[in-house]
Design a protein around this ligand. Structure first.
Ligand SMILES: Cc1ncc(COP(=O)(O)O)c(C=O)c1O
Length: 396
């Protein structure tokens, strides 16, 4: 069978490949410590599950409006106002089958052949393939570790050409945990206005912030930015609801209309009972989120200290999300048994085989010098994994 040409442009996700190998090893009886997962290790809160059960019992099991039920859109509008001070109307919101689906829809609605889209690296794995599948070109712009892996206005300016349509910003970042301050966004904003760029603001980790920081995105600066920004968020990370597949986006009415149309010919509505559960998540008590962040914070501080203490490993304390992205490049070129560790993939492979710990190679995120550790796992597991890592690195 002939597969469509555009599929040749994309590769399977490296993060899922590492995860599959780790799972196969686990299944064979090996005691793998996994730092690979991109989801909270907490269960979905009871009141959210109850809302889904009640919806099921009441027979809320039919098609809903394509872009989501009014009740959920109103809940999204409420959270934008309450948490970020942003005013949206329900017709400026689309509910999607996860944040990933929101981003995919945006790419389909906005970009096509001849369009360039700026993606600062390290980036979340799925941005470049989504841009390619829309027929557009991802323009990868490397950022510097000394700038906290955050894009500077100068870097942005020099990457923009006549074909540049948009930029994707992700703060807090997967994989680096970096967070853009309001001041940094203002500086980038000047270039964005000058070059007339659209902004996709992937805010999926906006509630997982440490050290009492407050969250900012470009739409919050003023109406000139709100008009050119599409915000992506969802229930997955904030409410430990990755499997429920509820995301949402908010932006100018014309893109909302386009995405509604795309959804009407592709997925139709997101799952009815997951939508009801998400209403409970957004409108119900938010203390679960606070408790989760307190726990992530304990793990963040611990894992950062352990990694910093390793010879040749460079890392900073992440400011948000639940990932840490240390540099291991001083180990590249070293001999490990009968092989040489050339890059992040070799190192990740070696750590999985010899230390039985699963990490994701930086190559998956466009940054070879690092590997990503997710600390969405218990402190006990983190301690065990770090002990193993320390031991194995000593042998290199
Ligand atoms: C940066 C980023 N954006 C979007 C998503 C999509 O999340 P979901 O589709 O589960 O809402 C993820 C999930 O890993 C992510 O890390």
């Amino acid at each position: 069978m002939k597969i469509a040409e555009r599929i040749g442009q994309i590769k399977p996700s490296l993060t899922l490949a590492v995860d599959a190998k780790a799972k196969a090893m686990k299944k064979s009886g090996l005691d793998i410590v996994s730092f690979g997962v991109g989801e909270p290790d907490f269960d979905t809160p009871e009141h959210i599950k109850e809302a889904a059960i009640q919806a099921l019992r009441e027979g809320f099991t039919k098609y809903t409006p394509v872009s989501g039920i009014d009740e959920l859109k109103e809940a999204v509008v409420f959270r934008f106002k309450e948490d970020l001070g942003l005013d949206y109307k329900a017709n400026e919101v689309v509910v999607t089958c996860g944040g990933k689906h929101a981003l995919y829809n945006i790419a389909q609605a906005l970009w096509g052949p001849g369009d360039d889209v700026i993606v600062p690296a390290p980036y979340w794995v799925s941005y470049p393939p989504m841009i390619l599948l829309a027929g557009a070109n991802p323009i990868i712009v490397p950022t510097q570790e000394e700038n906290g892996f955050k894009l500077t206005p100068e870097e942005l300016k020099s990457a923009v050409t006549a074909r540049t349509r948009a930029i994707i910003l992700n703060s807090p970042s997967n994989p680096t945990g970096s967070v853009y301050s309001r001041k940094e966004l203002e500086a980038l904003g000047k270039v964005i206005l000058e070059k007339d760029l659209t902004v996709v603001s992937d805010d999926i980790y906006d509630k997982i912030l440490f050290d009492n920081q407050s969250f900012s995105n470009l739409a919050m600066l003023d109406s000139r930015f709100k008009e050119r920004t599409i915000i992506v968020n969802g229930a997955s990370k904030t409410y430990a609801m990755t499997g429920w597949r509820i995301g949402y986006l908010a932006g100018p009415a014309e893109i909302i209309k386009a995405i509604d149309m795309i959804q009407s010919h592709s997925t139709s509505n997101p799952t009815s009972i997951a939508q009801k559960a998400s209403v409970a998540a957004l409108m119900g008590p938010q203390d679960f989120v606070k408790q989760m962040v307190i726990e992530f914070d304990r793990r963040r501080v611990y894992i950062a200290e352990r990694l910093k203490a390793l010879p040749g490993v460079k890392t900073t304390l992440p400011q948000g999300a639940f990932y840490i992205f240390p540099a291991f490049s001083s180990y590249y070129g070293r001999k490990a048994g009968d092989r040489i560790l050339k890059n992040s993939l070799d190192l990740a492979d070696y750590l999985l085989e010899k230390a039985l710990i699963a990490v994701v190679p930086g190559a998956a995120f466009g940054e070879e010098s690092c590997v990503r550790f997710s600390y969405a796992t218990s402190l006990m597991q983190i301690e065990k994994g770090m002990d193993r890592l320390e031991k194995v690195l000593r042998e290199l």
